[in-house]
Design a protein around this ligand. Structure first.
Ligand code: PMP
Length: 432
């Protein structure tokens, strides 16, 4: 042993094969750039406004109430939280939900997604993902050994003179049907959708549901923005459509629901037949989520249950406030010459930046798409941060489209005003 060199370096490859090709992540680069250059950051998707008072009070109460809330609780979800989630989703879905077998709490929606892919996807299984998509779906499917199969939402030209809407991004029914086969294990639905803000219509969800039933496919339904829908639109839960409860896992997030993304409390709701496998992954990986956060979220859901549909409900107030913020940002973007796509839901919107092609210098010998170059140029020259939309596409479809960037408008009025000041100044520079 003593004859070994003191600093014997490892020479064998260390990376597991499942990590091949998934090591790059847009957030690392853009968070760094935004920290260096941007004055106003509308890139990353989280609120900068205070959490609601009742959330803070719930946490304070939980801290003072019972010292056992500092200890482990039930591994699959703190009983008060799974009970109130069961009541709430029972009401929303119009069916009996058993708190112990139909609900499981996770460390944010992220872990819920991870557990689902690990629980259901085998080597060789295909998983359909609708583009543009929340960027973690693809690496998570790959890590589980599956093959992602992509289907893009295609932009239908809006009526002359009208602003585009996220509803103009549509699935081609024949193209969607062509992606389903005996190899398809699951489809991932994200409505309301990050990054477009699209809220899938009943017709679109029925089409997906029909294909799921026909091909005996699972549905992983990421509904973290379920309360953020605008202009009187309605969020429809695919699990409520005929034949879908039995094959769907609904995923939600207290981070998005109560504007507290740092809390990392999420959940899965679905039939025991599916959730039993999700529980197996959870118990062999994360095992347990912070008790005190679960207790406080449970209290907040209790409050919402009592106020359901009333003006004081946070689920009524939050979308109303965000819709105003959305409209404020849209005004600024239109003024400078961008073409925003009005989102029906979420706190994101994308805007067409084709207008600026001549302002952004070409980078010789670079295959960096235009939206990446534009976003970096805008950060460095205008101090405003946003995220290129092509980051939400698969590698094969990276180049279609590359003329959009994504903004997050879950920001304080002062932040949005500062963004609009930048846009106003930019507009003046353009016209002078
Ligand atoms: N799904 C979507 C569509 C998201 O946008 C996010 C967060 N950006 C998540 C899941 C993850 O949510 P959480 O913070 O609860 O893990």
């Amino acid at each position: 042993f003593l004859s070994l060199p003191l600093q014997a370096k490892m020479s064998r490859p260390v990376q597991a094969r499942r990590l091949e090709g998934i090591d790059k992540n847009i957030w690392v680069e853009f968070v760094k750039l935004a920290a260096t250059y941007s004055k106003v950051n509308l890139g990353q998707g989280f609120p900068d406004f205070p959490v609601p008072d009742f959330l803070q009070e719930a946490l304070r109460r939980a801290l003072g109430e019972n010292h056992m809330l500092h200890q482990y609780t039930r591994a699959f979800g703190h009983p008060p939280l799974v009970k109130v989630l069961a009541q709430f989703f029972g009401k929303l879905l119009g069916r009996e939900i058993d708190p112990m077998s139909n609900v499981m709490v996770t460390v944010g929606a992220y872990q819920a997604l991870f557990c689902c892919f690990q629980a259901f996807v085998d080597e060789g299984d295909e998983v359909i993902i609708i583009e543009p998509f929340f960027d973690c779906y693809m690496p998570m499917v790959k890590m589980a050994g599956g093959t992602p199969v992509f289907i893009p939402l295609r932009l239908k030209a809006p009526k002359d003179g009208k602003l585009m809407s996220s509803a103009d991004w549509q699935l081609d029914p024949a193209e969607l049907a062509s992606k389903f086969s005996a190899r398809t294990k699951a489809i991932v639905i994200n409505s309301p959708n990050n990054p477009l803000g699209k809220v899938f219509s009943r017709g679109e969800l029925e089409l997906i549901a029909e294909l799921c039933v026909k091909h005996d496919t699972l549905c992983i339904s990421d509904e973290v923005y379920e309360w953020l829908v605008y202009d009187g639109r309605q969020h429809i839960r695919i699990a409520s459509l005929p034949g879908m409860w039995d094959r769907t896992v609904i995923i939600g997030s207290a981070g998005k629901t109560f504007s507290a993304t740092g809390w990392k409390v999420g959940w899965t709701v679905g039939p025991d037949r599916l959730l039993q496998h999700v529980r197996t992954v959870h118990q062999n990986s994360v095992y347990h989520c912070a008790t005190i956060a679960q207790e406080a979220v449970a209290q907040c859901f209790q409050r919402e249950l009592t106020l359901y549909g009333k003006p004081d409900s946070y689920f009524v107030q939050l979308p109303r406030e965000l819709q105003q913020k959305r409209d404020l940002l849209i005004q600024g973007l239109v003024a400078v010459g961008m073409k925003p796509v009005i989102p029906e839901g979420t706190y994101f919107l994308v805007a067409d930046i084709s207008e600026f092609k001549s302002d952004v210098p070409d980078v010789p010998n670079s295959d960096e798409p235009y939206d990446y170059r534009f976003a970096k140029w805008m950060m460095k020259n205008k101090g405003l941060a946003a995220i290129p939309l092509s980051a939400f596409y698969s590698e094969a479809h990276k180049n279609s489209p590359t003329n959009f960037i994504r903004f997050c408008f879950a920001k304080e009025e002062a932040t949005l005003k500062a963004a609009n000041d930048i846009l106003q100044k930019w507009k003046q520079e353009k016209s002078s």
